[in-house]
Design a protein around this ligand. Structure first.
Ligand code: ME8
Length: 661
């Protein structure tokens, strides 16, 4: 009988910076589900990849002095290295720069155009360059900035192609509210209210302002804008409209697309609309998770993101605690749909409580007792007791529960369920007190039964944990003497699978206990240093953007020319805003010459209180002028910076009236 197909995808990530723990969540979650489904006997296609086009990449490459492809190649290698390190079992890795993808996207674009869903128009609106997104006024944040990255947006206008969304509004609303496409479904109403009810806006799907993208075949100068290029990956990777692959019939529609809430709208509305326009079946589920957040200096939880520079490097954590501990921690903390705060302390405590004390201890105690009391091989003669029935039924109840949670993409609950089994097994040890049984020769058959039941519980729980922690569990099987056959899915719903005379092998400690007090400062210091370096790099990059234009000097002057300018130290005695002006402040200065009034255009950057009592540099022999009807006798020196105008203050020890040369 041929196996049932199962297709699961992560988003394709932007290779605009190295991957971080936030990226790991989606990828590890999908990997766990993919592995679980393989264990259940499905023919799995697990797709991940990178979304390599766009203005941001083009700009970053130019800054780095390399071609966009050279730029992304380096970062893609980092992603792939991390996925290998985290033991990610993807079946296919798509790069949107792959020729077959480019070819398919061009065909998809043309197909949508031929069907009348794409038309040419003009786009004008507020544009966020870092996010490559146009936003409507109502979508901007409270400061009129980009709702995603909160940086300033600018007005932009260009000829562009648009994708007609309105024909699909009704079907999409039904998809979101009447089917279980969206998980968690509680988010459906928010999408309907924010995007569908106000009228679905047509989507801008081409750009002329940058080149690094898939060219539109029938209109030179236009490149396909990110979402048609990016979302199509889920079908081009299967061979839709290309010959590179031939699995489209088998795997489409996808069983699960998993994404974080930042790109929910694109996957919940635009992607179904594109598929409807192409008359293709819709994916079965879109699982939307929250963010891994970090605590900011002011105590708020903010998204971990490379554009904020607050990222935790998974390699550093993996090297210290092992990749399975990191996988477990991030999966166990995040409930589908909610955010989860990342903190070193929470991570260490979780690893200690569940993995070192809970599961690791169960395995080591059981194996050690089998070794101590029976030289490693259990005797076939065993004596059951009533208490065993309850224990066995708890362990046997795990499989259907975990199956259900995995099918619902509720990984946290799946892990909680398995750990109920682990905790029950540790409790069974306390109840049966095998160390007492071991002292009495007559109780050896009872002791053998207890240890056998424990080994069986470990066999079942470890096999259920293997999709989530694939590196460690084979070591457990080695220790408890389980064969590959013993841990197959079909053997997880029953007891008495291990041979009656099973032999255990004492092995390494699976999850060493972390000394939190000792480790916490060290790890905080390492990660903080790493994060500060990331932030410094970011701000250097941003400043680089600002000063990218070459500085043009005014024509040369002589020292005599300069000597004509009288710069003197003055102190601000009082200051107030000039009426009916947003920009001007009126300052009364002690200039060592009887005082004077100066008007300065710095009201947007300084309030009067910021200036009163401060000493600054005054151009003292400037011809007086009237500004907004107010006399100004001179000018104060200030610098133009990327963050606005900054007054050049003078050290308080320099007397008022001193000449500056
Ligand atoms: O949006 N917590 O790529 P991207 C949880 N190329 N998940 C996080 C996260 C965090 N702090 N930070 C990132 C794009 N992610 C597009 C997608 S798909 C057709 C195109 C994960 O590199 C999460 O899965 O910005 C999120 O949806 C994804 O990275 C966005 O990655």
């Amino acid at each position: 009988m041929s196996k049932k197909p199962f297709y699961i995808t992560t988003p394709i990530y932007y290779p605009s910076g190295n991957p971080h723990i936030g990226h790991c969540y989606t990828t590890v979650a999908c990997d766990s589900i993919a592995r679980y489904k393989r264990m259940q006997g499905y023919d799995v296609m697990f797709l991940t990849g990178t979304d390599e086009h766009g203005l941001k990449i083009e700009q970053k490459a130019a800054e780095a002095g390399v071609s966009p492809k050279e730029y992304v190649d380096v970062i893609v290698e980092q992603f792939q290295k991390l996925w290998k390190y985290m033991n990610i079992s993807y079946d296919r890795y798509i790069r949107t720069t792959d020729d077959y993808h480019v070819e398919s996207v061009q065909k998809i674009f043309k197909e949508l155009y031929d069907r009348g869903y794409i038309y040419k128009g003009e786009y004008s609106g507020k544009y966020c360059t870092p996010c490559e997104s146009f936003w409507t006024d109502s979508q901007l944040d409270e400061n009129g900035c980009c709702p995603e990255c909160h940086r300033p947006v600018k007005f932009a206008k260009e000829e562009a192609y648009f994708f007609k969304m309105s024909p699909f509004a009704e079907r999409i609303e039904k998809l979101l509210t009447e089917t279980d496409y969206l998980r968690p479904k509680t988010r459906a109403q928010e999408l309907v209210n924010n995007f569908i009810k106000p009228g679905l806006e047509d989507l801008c799907v081409s750009r002329t302002t940058f080149k690094w993208g898939v060219p539109v075949t029938f209109d030179e100068g236009h490149v396909v804008y990110v979402w048609i290029d990016a979302l199509s990956n889920y079908i081009t990777a299967l061979g839709y409209l290309n010959d590179a692959h031939s699995d489209f019939e088998k795997f489409w529609p996808a069983d699960v697309h998993m994404v974080a809430k930042d790109i929910m709208r694109f996957h919940a509305i635009i992607w179904p609309a594109m598929l409807m326009a192409l008359e293709l079946p819709l994916p079965k589920h879109l699982a939307v998770h929250g963010y891994i957040t970090m605590q900011s200096k002011s105590g708020e939880s903010v998204k971990m993101s490379k554009s904020l520079g607050n990222v935790v490097d998974p390699f550093i954590l993996g090297e210290r605690y092992g990749c399975d501990s990191i996988r477990y921690h991030i999966l166990r903390e995040m409930a589908l749909g909610a955010d989860s705060l990342f903190s070193n302390e929470i991570m260490m405590n979780r690893i200690n409580s569940d993995l070192a004390n809970g599961f690791g201890n169960l395995v080591s105690r059981t194996v050690a007792m089998a070794d101590k009391y029976f030289g490693g091989t259990l005797p076939a003669e065993r004596e059951a007791a009533a208490i065993d029935d309850d224990f066995r039924s708890v362990i046997l109840g795990l499989l259907p529960e975990v199956d259900k949670y995995v099918d619902e993409t509720k990984i946290k609950q799946a892990l909680e369920t398995i750990f109920e089994g682990v905790n029950r097994a540790n409790k069974y040890i306390d109840e049966t007190e095998p160390w007492k049984l071991g002292k009495d020769e007559a109780m050896k058959p009872r002791l053998a039964a207890v240890l056998y039941n424990l080994l069986e519980a470990i066999r079942i729980t470890s096999a259920l944990l293997a999709p989530f922690m694939p590196t460690t569990m084979p070591k457990v099987w080695e220790q408890i003497g389980a064969s590959a056959e013993d841990v197959k899915y079909e053997n997880l719903g029953r007891f008495d699978v291990l041979p009656a005379d099973v032999t255990v092998h004492k092995g390494e400690i699976l999850f060493p206990r972390i000394d939190v007090d000792k480790e916490i400062d060290e790890l905080n210091a390492i990660l903080t240093k790493n994060m500060e370096a990331a932030q410094a790099k970011l701000s250097a990059e941003e400043k680089g953007e600002e000063s990218a234009a070459p500085i043009e000097l005014a024509p040369e002057i002589t020292i005599d020319d300069f000597a004509k300018v009288e710069i003197r130290v003055a102190k601000v005695i009082s200051c107030e805003k000039v009426k009916k002006s947003d920009k001007l402040l009126c300052l009364q200065l002690d200039d060592g010459m009887g005082g004077r009034q100066v008007v300065s255009g710095i009201a947007q950057y300084y309030s009067p209180e910021d200036l009163i009592g401060k000493k600054l540099q005054l151009i003292a022999n400037l011809k007086p002028v009237k500004l907004r009807g107010v006399d100004s006798n001179g000018m104060i020196c200030a610098a133009d910076t990327p963050d606005g105008i900054k007054v050049i203050f003078v050290d308080d020890s320099i007397p008022v009236g001193s000449k500056i040369r």
